[in-house]
Design a protein. Structure first.
Length: 746
């Protein structure tokens, strides 16, 4: 009870140093309560670390590289996101996480996306429901190379108000007041640590670990270890005086960098190594064991093949049991090894493992069976049950309840509640499935049931990233998409079209073109930079190569559109199949076609600003600024600067449609009852409050529809309303998955 009271006092002192970024909504913004949910995928991205609480059974924490942290809630059997109320996007990249080794309610996190973004120490006394944020001067790299290393944040189990943090660039840091204040450890040899501006491969201090047996409760631990994953003469350091002074203590070759470490009840230390910090680029590695006597032994599994080692965990309830994971072992693939004699002998678990992915079939998105996984950075054996273990991959988290089994070893995704994906684009058609999405790394999905992980269908061609989607407004089962593949993958097509709402696809291939006389002919569709759009009746496709190409027979023959400017990105009217629109940013004018994209000519654009888009650079994954509404021919909306403009006459005249809202992204949805004007959904700022807003009156007034508990780091990439469900909005985030909201109580 005394310890808990002391903790509360520290929190009260530190709370002034940081906040959750909450802000009152301006009075003129109103506010509409929305219920928010994830459209289920079930995992989907890289989780560099998983940690069990050492003091409460069934309590675990997961950190991700761009989607925040999660806590496993045993009562509800799901992972609970812990940072949805944060407005600072950098804090969604979690560098390290540390549950308290005495009090199960207390947990700490080190958060910061990269060297150029804000960093902070986050502290909670209620398992992550609420956080105190202490900004720090040293930078982190929660989404940089080396994010699988760790854990960098360590709590002294014998004096839990003392914490250590190994930074990437600025040495070792210590707090003696439960994280409220931090001071650099002067006695730590920081040789090799680099400044973030150098942009080199800086792993920095990869882990800090205290030996619980080296101290007594209240007096602190005397023995600590720290790894340094930067090039240098020495990489592993030991302190025998509670962290005041440090000496090199190692046996591994200097070319190998320590990644993670674990220590058992006997004081035996296990360290995994690689020749790079990962998650890619590791070609060699080792596992070393240090006995409490100081003797080092190379205990690397004999069948390690290529790649290195990263994950490591010891079984508290089964002395002598240890597990390690490979990383970048591309052939024959990553694996986990298990030993029951402190690493003297190992069992490779890959070949006798099975995987049940029936709850998350999205894992079949590449068109092949689910494999053991890649980027296995996180590995943990339950401290209360040696048969329960989990490991993280670049796409999911696997767990088993039979880790100690001698025969077949069943694994299943342990992801209920986790949505760790980056959504590039989405569309909500006027017919068919309510939502079709385009993801980074996972291709994309047709979401016929938002509560179920989707079956993959984005094949022929398969594209790891979907960069744009479009549907035919009057024939909504016709869809088109463009995308891109990893650079080392061969490609024959990056465009596709579907006649059944996205369930099956056929490739679209453009011919080679010469954009100018001094340029060679080539296929400009193969890199994934060329968007594709479809007419309202589904008969005409335009592909946005440097010289846009038009086909009216699904790619068998091609032509040009007269008057369409170079590098154009036209859009199709959603009602009239003959109408198309395009913005000539170089000449600051709007173009239109009324003959099915055979020719384009300038239209008045009366009311628009003189400068239509400063910068004039469009990235292939960027949500486009010109949108056609499905509620009337000639109904188009145009985002210029921070304002939104609306035309109901095909671009001849525009009115401002954003009021005081400074718009970043926008999309359209079903009009309110009694209205014919599309509902507008936008990411923007009203006064000083950045958030998600809705207008039902053409942009004259706005209501904030997210709240301070639903901010998701304000990391958004795309937004759209639903043309069939009133009030429904879809949000594509950069790390927290695909979200949808409905007015509360509906």
């Amino acid at each position: 009870m005394r310890r808990r009271a002391a903790w509360r006092i520290v929190l009260a002192i530190a709370v002034g140093l940081g906040s959750l970024g909450r802000a009152a909504v301006p009075q003129d913004a109103g506010g509409v309560r929305y219920a928010w949910r994830n459209a289920k995928v079930g995992g989907g991205g890289f989780a560099p670390g998983i940690v069990f609480s050492p003091v409460e059974r069934g309590l675990a924490y997961l950190r991700t590289d761009m989607g925040g942290a999660y806590r496993w809630d045993r009562a509800t059997a799901r992972w609970v996101p812990l940072q949805d109320g944060m407005a600072e996007g950098s804090y969604m990249g979690v560098e390290s996480i540390a549950p308290d080794p005495v009090d199960p309610d207390i947990v700490y996190m080190a958060a910061g996306m990269g060297a150029g973004t804000p960093a902070a120490m986050l502290r909670s006394a209620d398992r992550g429901r609420h956080w105190t944020i202490v900004p720090v001067s040293f930078r982190m790299g929660g989404n940089e190379d080396g994010r699988g290393l760790g854990e960098r944040l360590a709590i002294d189990p014998n004096r839990t108000t003392t914490l250590f943090f190994g930074s990437r660039h600025n040495g070792l840091w210590r707090s003696d007041d439960a994280g409220a204040h931090w001071a650099k450890v002067a006695g730590f040899p920081a040789t090799g640590l680099g400044a973030p501006a150098a942009k080199q491969t800086h792993g920095g201090i990869s882990f800090v670990l205290a030996d619980p047996a080296s101290g007594a409760a209240g007096r602190g631990s005397t023995i600590l270890y720290a790894g340094v994953a930067d090039p240098g003469a020495h990489h592993l350091f030991r302190s025998g005086d509670g962290g005041l002074t440090w000496q090199a203590d190692e046996a591994a070759p200097a070319r190998l960098l320590p990644a993670k470490a674990a220590i058992d009840a006997k004081g035996t230390l296990f360290v995994t190594y690689g020749d790079a910090i990962g998650p890619n680029g590791i070609s060699d590695g080792a596992v070393w064991r240090r006995a409490a006597t100081g003797a080092w032994t190379d205990v690397s599994p004999p069948d390690r093949a290529s790649g290195g080692f990263m994950g490591v965990s010891v079984a508290r309830t089964a002395p002598g049991t240890i597990a390690v994971s490979s990383i970048d072992r591309w052939n024959p693939g990553d694996t986990v090894w298990r030993s029951t004699d402190d690493g003297a002998h190992w069992t490779n678990l890959r070949e006798r493992s099975t995987r049940d992915i029936s709850a998350t079939p999205f894992l079949l998105h590449e068109g092949k069976g689910a494999d053991f996984g890649h980027w296995i950075a996180g590995l943990a054996i339950d401290p209360f049950d040696a048969a329960h273990a989990a490991y993280t991959t670049g796409a999911t988290v696997y767990a088993t309840q039979r880790f100690d089994a001698a025969g077949a070893l069943p694994w299943a995704p342990w992801t209920e509640g986790i949505e760790q994906t980056a959504v590039i684009t989405l569309t909500s058609p006027t017919g068919g499935a309510t939502l079709v999405s385009g993801f980074g790394d996972l291709a994309g999905f047709v979401h016929r049931d938002l509560e179920a992980s989707p079956q993959p269908s984005f094949i022929n061609p398969y594209l790891s990233n979907t960069n744009n989607l479009d549907y035919a407004g009057q024939a909504p089962l016709i869809l088109v998409r463009s995308g891109s593949l990893y650079e080392d993958h061969p490609r024959d097509a990056t465009l596709g079209w579907s006649a059944d709402g996205g369930m099956t696809w056929q490739p679209v291939r453009t011919p080679a073109i010469r954009p100018a006389d001094d340029q060679p002919g080539q296929r400009y569709d193969l890199k994934g930079d060329a968007a594709i759009i479809v007419s309202a009746d589904g008969a005409t496709f335009i592909v946005c190569t440097p010289v846009p190409l038009v086909t009216r027979d699904h790619g068998r023959s091609w032509g040009l559109a007269q008057g369409l400017h170079r590098n154009a990105r036209p859009v199709a009217d959603k009602v009239d199949p003959l109408r198309f629109y395009s913005v000539d940013f170089d000449a600051n004018r709007l173009l239109a076609s009324s003959d099915g994209a055979r020719s384009f000519a300038p239209v008045a654009g009366k009311g628009l600003p003189a400068e239509l888009w400063p910068g004039k650079v469009y990235w292939r994954e960027q949500q486009y600024r010109l949108v056609a509404s499905p509620y009337g021919a000639g109904d188009i909306w145009f985002h210029v600067g921070e304002a939104l403009w609306h035309s109901a006459d095909g671009g001849r005249s525009f009115v401002q449609a954003s009021g005081k809202l400074r718009v970043e992204l926008f999309g359209l949805g079903k009009p309110a009852a009694g209205s014919t004007v599309a509902a507008i959904y936008a990411i923007g700022t009203l006064g000083t409050v950045r958030g998600v807003y809705r207008s039902l009156d053409g942009g004259r007034s706005w209501a904030r529809i997210n709240d301070d508990d639903h901010q998701w780091g304000l990391r958004f990439r795309v937004i759209s309303g639903d043309p069939r469900i009133p009030g429904r909005v879809y949000l594509g985030t950069d790390g927290r998955g695909l979200l949808y909201g409905d007015p509360a109580g509906r």
